[in-house]
Ligand binder design. Structure first.
Ligand code: GLA
Length: 357
């Protein structure tokens, strides 16, 4: 039996850009524990009881801050911002003024630019056994985005084995915003091979096909009769290796935004459910966001070795990133990602764990 533990707090005590970093631990009464770092307001570990009651770490990550600094930038567990996902050519326009984010993903700006929120040291303000709040103020013009943006990310662990992530932001100039968490899950336990045996359901009849730069073409497509159909539970591995043009554009796997069915959203029902037949661990995702980026770790290479020394290989995890649609600032048919002064951006995502025997 694998024995999983939380990383040592002292391995996360470091200085980055003159700011101290820490490890923050949340616990509930049901044996679930979460480790967070203020470096990127990120999830480091998530211990969940499996079908035998053994705590299992279901997210990829490293056991020290140095591990994170040495690894390839894969956005492990981070809070992604100011704009999650891709902006074509790093360019967009607000009120006739064009803004430019230095491309860091071919021609695209990805995940808020090279020094997005994932690489910042966030302030911790309130920390209890079951909750932690992180704050960051992005300067006007930071990474090219307009407006001074004050952001808060709150993590709360409930006795119902839910990790609730709440986001709130305000700006002093019109800007664009798209926030998500980039946890890489493996419900067999981190570093335990690929996620092909996981059974996934996504409440979405349509998704956004992409072009060769992974930018949505702008025309939603039905999932029906495609490898993208997860409306009824299906093995992630069932179609992932198919010679499908969209899977190829995703670099050999899923890396696409699903347009979540409005009924599931309106009724506050899970928009996605994933289960490991090995551990029995079941994950439900609930959100207020209209989209869900399903990504199967297609850019993991096996070079980085995680918390227990196991390589993080391609398809070694999945991400379910709740968010607005990629490239929304340039795609005016998509729900808007514009945030104006005097308005408050709010969103919430719940990762709820249980065991299915
Ligand atoms: C997101 C993107 C992927 C990839 C990862 C980070 O999920 O959609 O294409 O860039 O982030 O590696």
């Amino acid at each position: 039996m694998t024995h999983y533990t939380l990383p040592k707090a002292r391995n996360f005590e470091h200085q980055i850009s003159g700011k101290n970093t820490h490890l923050i631990t949340l616990e509930n009464s049901r044996g679930m524990a979460v480790a967070l770092s203020d470096y990127g307001a990120r999830i480091v570990s998530l211990l969940v009881p499996d079908k035998h009651g053994n705590p299992t770490d279901v997210v990829l990550g490293f056991d020290s801050i140095k591990g994170y600094l040495a690894a390839d930038e894969q956005y492990h567990g981070v809070t992604v911002g100011r704009f999650a996902n891709r902006i074509a050519n790093g360019r967009f326009t607000i009120d006739g003024e064009t803004f430019y984010i230095e491309p860091n993903n071919g021609a695209n700006a990805l995940h808020g630019g090279a020094n997005g929120f994932h690489s910042r040291i966030w302030d911790r303000r309130i920390v209890y056994k079951e909750k932690a709040d992180f704050y960051y103020v992005a300067a006007d013009g930071e990474e090219g985005f307009p407006g001074k943006l004050s952001v808060m990310v709150k993590y709360r662990l409930t006795d119902n084995n839910e990790l609730i992530i709440s986001y709130r932001a305000q700006t002093d100039k019109p800007t664009v915003i798209n926030l998500t968490n980039h946890a890489y899950f493996n419900l067999n336990g981190e570093g335990n091979g690929d996620i092909h045996n996981h059974i996934l359901q996504i409440q979405a009849a349509n998704y956004l096909p992409v072009d060769e730069h992974q930018i949505p073409t702008g025309v939603p497509a039905p999932v029906e009769n495609t490898p993208f159909d997860f409306r009824t539970p299906k093995l992630i591995g069932q179609d992932i290796m198919q010679p499908d043009d969209q899977l190829i554009k995703g670099n050999g796997g899923y890396d696409h935004n699903y347009i979540l069915d409005t009924e599931a959203l309106a009724k506050k029902r899970p928009v996605a459910t994933v289960r490991s037949p090995v551990t029995g661990i079941n994950l439900e995702v609930l959100t207020t966001e209209p989209g869900l980026q399903f990504y199967t770790g297609n850019f993991l290479t096996g070079k980085d070795k995680g918390k227990r020394g196991n390589p993080y290989e391609k398809h070694g995890a999945f991400c379910l990133e709740t968010q607005h649609f990629p490239d929304s600032p340039n795609q005016l048919d998509f729900p808007t990602t514009l945030l104006l002064p005097g308005h408050v951006f709010e969103s919430q995502t719940i990762y709820r764990f249980s065991v299915v025997k």
